[in-house]
Design a protein. Structure first.
Lengths: 95, 186
């Protein structure tokens, strides 16, 4: 499987480490009244779709950047790759 | 008074040189290194300071630039400064003076070991060593890839000479991998 890194171009997926669902970027607010329930959902509840899934991949053997990869879990087709920091900043989840 | 003898990453008091066929693998211990990471919102100030340090524009993705002090791109808004050890033993401290609070500077001298692989068939060796597309690399290109399961920086000095930076603690393994590749193609 080849991941088309936004900065480095096509790279072998063997260079990457898989973390999982990209919703991990959207960490709940620990100060919210519903924090306990929010964190239970955040930590344990995952969609497991047979189809398109946004995932976090770490370029361990490359530039050590985190990517958000949109991959079809049925076909392994990758339809989109973005820098995770750009995704996080866009939704205000980056300090 | 202590009577200590400095040793290279491979444990000798002299840099190791191996010549196999028309290829040479040379251990290069006399390098000072410092990692620079721009702090958030200070990216342009960091680039300006790096320009001052290396007397060239801060290297773009997968490039290295500079003179006596050079910098290679190591990640988004991150660079590794490289300079001769004899004249720049305090490279990180000097860089911090220029970069101020715009970037984090971390001393990396002796965290890495460098091997230069030199010769006409160097691309054949590089192709066996890693899955980076070294055949497309020209002078001034660099990348990070795995060699022998070790995360390494690969710099193309010219198409006959590559520098490989790997973790110093695994210098023996990296050296073994390089020699194995050289022996395989000769």
């Amino acid at each position: 499987m080849i991941i088309n890194h936004p900065l480095l171009g096509p790279r072998d997926s063997a260079e990457f480490v898989y973390l999982g669902d990209a919703s991990l970027i959207e960490r709940p607010d620990p100060a919210a009244e519903t924090a306990l329930a929010d964190f239970v959902d955040y930590a344990y509840m995952r969609e497991n779709p047979a189809g398109s899934l946004r995932e976090l991949w770490f370029h361990e053997a490359g530039d050590r950047s985190w990517l958000v990869v949109t991959r079809n879990t049925m076909t392994h087709e990758i339809s989109d790759v973005q820098m995770a920091r750009d995704v996080a900043r866009k939704i205000g989840c980056s300090k | 008074m202590h009577d200590l003898t400095p040793i290279t990453a491979l444990g000798s008091d002299e840099a190791r040189v191996d010549t196999i066929g028309n290829l040479t693998c040379r251990e290069v211990p006399e390098v000072a290194l410092a990692a620079v990471s721009a702090r958030m919102g200070k990216e342009s100030q960091t680039r300006t300071a790096i320009k001052k340090l290396i007397k060239a524009d801060a290297s773009d993705v997968n490039r290295f630039d500079g003179g006596t002090v050079s910098a290679f791109w190591s990640g988004p808004e991150q660079w590794m400064l490289e300079a001769p050890f004899d004249s720049h033993e305090d490279l990180a401290a000097r860089a911090k003076v220029t970069l101020k609070a715009n970037a984090t500077v971390v001393e990396q001298t002796d965290a890495w070991t460098r091997f230069d692989v030199i010769g006409d068939d160097v691309l054949d060796a590089m192709e066996l060593l890693c899955n980076a597309n070294t055949r497309s690399m020209l002078a001034g290109a660099c990348t990070r890839s795995s060699i022998h399961h070790l995360g390494c920086f690969i710099l193309c000095r010219n198409t006959n000479k590559f520098s490989i930076y790997g973790p110093r603690a695994s210098a023996g393994s990296l050296h073994h991998a390089i020699l194995t590749a050289l022996q395989t193609i000769t």
